[in-house]
Design a protein around this ligand. Structure first.
Ligand code: T4K
Length: 413
């Protein structure tokens, strides 16, 4: 354990970790069980096209969420694209900018304009109070994102969409296993989508799903994800290929058997981070309301530079030098990425909270790949940097002045 800021790797000390610590190392369930199921797939020679494992997986997800329909997909982005199309969204759709780029791209890919809405700085979720002024005659719907798995204001968005006759889709990529007002996420709006990407706490290698309680929508989505086939030689709809493979489904079925364990480990990590970082001035630790269910897959800090006197980006550089690959999700916000920044060069003026939060957030490693020792070491580095901030800043400045290269600057910084 490092005891002096002089030992920080950014100043030439030995990195705290030999191997890189990633934010989202995949959680893997019972390997033996997984391999047995993969062997079974190979024996049956049924690899995809809504095979028996995909059907079982869909049923298990629908049961877990308590939704009528689950349609498994090859990834969360395609799940979004297909849901958007099946819901007949066109023209403009209101969406937060503080989200992963896939939410906006799924619209733009279909030549629908994402109209970016600001967030509530406390929840990091779309601010319903800002939504109505963005509605125009071209608006057909709203996409709410449950950022970090914390449900966005479903009630307010439902109210707006009912009053204004709009469609409501939720991007629940972060929110599998989470609840909103005691009801499982997956039951709200016209439909919700999940991501089961490798970096999610529950993964199917790549994968995703649309869940809905709307029978008609479910039928359309099933057709669309399979080229519009309604049977052999019978195409009745325009569709694409959004199918999940059998091997992804068995990864999911195996992971589901360890779901409670994954969540318990995430919670243990979250609780330790919270205790170890408590009381550090200027460090706001994002908490989960204990009356709801969460997957605790994101450990998020907000760094208030005015109080810490060190920027979030310098802290990230310090961590990266130690091989702790903290991430700046979702910096700089979709509106500052292409093509949106060219389409709406002044969007930032309408998104002050998004801009402020995107400058402050920082995600730390968690999941089954790390344990109490790693977390203690990560928090120790953060504390060392913040408790010696004057000296750290002086060293950083003199390194820059003398053009002495700092260790561990990540390519993406
Ligand atoms: N909507 C929202 C709100 C989302 O957050 C996402 C995805 C989507 C929609 C779209 O769902 P998908 O189409 O992806 O199913 C990652 C994930 O790729 C992405 O799924 C996720 N959100 C987003 C928040 O994070 P990157 O570009 O930051 O991931 P990457 O490749 O840098 O991986 C993160 C860390 O995990 C790395 O440090 C390395 C490590 N890693 C990664 C992979 C793939 C591993 O250790 N093993 C692995 O197999 O986007």
């Amino acid at each position: 354990m490092k005891s002096s800021f002089e030992d920080l790797a950014i100043f030439g000390g030995v990195p705290a970790f030999n191997d890189k610590l990633h934010v989202g190392r995949p959680n893997i369930g019972d390997r033996q069980r997984l391999l047995e199921r993969i062997n079974d797939i190979l024996d049956r020679r049924w690899l995809t096209n809504s095979g028996p494992y995909v059907q079982e997986f869909e049923q298990r997800i629908a049961d877990l969420v308590g939704a009528k329909h689950c349609i498994a997909m090859c990834n969360g982005t395609v799940a979004l694209e297909i849901a958007i199309r099946a819901m007949r969204l066109t023209g403009e759709v209101i969406v937060p900018s503080f989200t992963f780029i896939a939410t906006a791209h799924a619209l733009q890919w279909q030549e629908i304009t994402p109209v970016f809405c600001d967030i509530n700085p406390h929840t990091h979720n779309i601010d319903p109070c800002q939504v109505e002024r963005l509605i125009t005659p071209r608006t057909t719907g709203i996409i709410g994102v449950h950022v970090w798995g914390r449900g966005c204001d479903v009630d307010a968005l439902t109210d707006i969409t009912r009053r204004r006759n709009l469609k409501l889709l939720f991007d629940a990529a972060h929110a599998f296993g989470c609840s909103y007002k005691g009801r499982m996420i997956g039951n709200f709006g016209d439909a919700e989508i999940f991501s089961f990407h490798a970096t999610k706490f529950f993964n199917t290698f790549e994968g995703g799903a649309v869940v809905t309680n709307n029978d008609e929508l479910a039928t359309t989505i099933r057709l669309m994800k399979n080229f519009g086939f309604a049977g052999y030689d019978n195409v009745i709809y325009v569709g694409t290929n959004g199918k999940m493979s059998e091997v992804s489904a068995v990864m999911g079925l195996t992971g589901l058997e360890s779901l409670d364990e994954f969540i318990a480990i995430n919670y243990r990590n979250y609780d330790q981070y919270r205790r170890e970082l408590e009381g550090l001035p200027g460090v706001h630790f994002l908490t989960y309301n204990e009356t709801e269910r969460y997957n605790y897959q994101y450990i998020v800090l907000e760094i208030d530079r005015a109080a810490t006197r060190i920027s979030r980006d310098h802290l990230v550089q310090i961590l990266h030098a130690e091989n702790i690959l903290a991430r700046r999700y979702f910096y700089p916000g979709c509106h500052r990425m292409e093509p949106y920044r060219s389409h709406f060069p002044h969007a930032g003026l309408l998104l002050p909270e998004t801009e402020r939060v995107a400058e402050r957030v920082l995600s730390l490693p968690t999941g089954t790949a790390i344990g109490p020792e790693e977390i203690r070491a990560i928090c120790n580095i953060i504390r060392l940097a913040l408790q010696n901030v004057e000296a750290v800043n002086m060293r950083l400045e003199s390194s820059w002045a003398s053009r002495e290269p700092l260790r561990g600057l990540a390519e993406d910084m």
